[in-house]
Design a protein around this ligand. Structure first.
Ligand code: FAD
Length: 143
């Protein structure tokens, strides 16, 4: 059965502390483990970029909950589509803060990173956003 993959970006409501990001991630990992959702979350400047994948109904429900979360706003759907198999199966929710060191290590994605995940740039290149998520998912993460 095909799996659904959803990618969105959003803007944090304020500047989350490390403890707040940890709490968000802890709930994400716990819930995703129960629902068979895998994915990756990047935080850059004050923006989030996340991919969720799993059974369609589970992903739709998780995404509907996430969209309503007051800890972020301006949720912008970049991609929604079927995938034959999971691409992020290592992570119930991988996490990485992305900044200048990552831009230097990944020159291909530097314009997006230095542009702080600008919605217009991301929206114009959803395939590059997915490639970037894949690249960071292959590395050890902060979680
Ligand atoms: P709890 O985490 O215990 O929270 C209970 C309620 O309080 C929820 O409605 C929650 O939204 C709200 N809440 C909790 N902490 C705060 C806070 N500091 N400020 C305001 N409201 C708060 N959830 C997933 O299941 N999977 C994910 O992959 C995932 N990714 C996320 C990515 C981002 C960028 C954000 C902002 C949230 C994400 N979440 C994710 C969290 C999701 O939005 C829900 O908060 C969570 O699924 C609810 O989990 P819970 O029922 O265990 O409640």
């Amino acid at each position: 059965m095909a799996l659904l993959q959803v990618i969105y970006m959003s803007t944090a409501a304020g500047v989350p502390t490390d403890a707040q990001l940890d709490a968000l991630l802890e709930a994400a990992v716990r819930n995703n483990g129960q629902r068979g959702i895998t994915g990756m979350l990047l935080y850059c400047g004050n923006r989030f970029l996340q991919v969720l994948e799993g059974q369609a109904q589970d992903v739709e429900q998780a995404y509907a909950r996430i969209v309503q979360d007051p800890r972020h706003m301006d949720v912008f759907l970049l991609h929604r589509g079927d995938v034959a198999q999971r691409e992020f199966d290592r992570w119930r929710m991988g996490f990485r803060r992305v900044g200048e060191p990552e831009a230097q290590r990944h020159p291909d994605y530097a314009p997006m990173i230095r542009g702080q995940f600008d919605p217009a740039r991301m929206g114009a290149q959803p395939g590059v956003a997915l490639d970037m998520l894949r690249a960071f998912a292959r590395e050890p993460t902060d979680s």
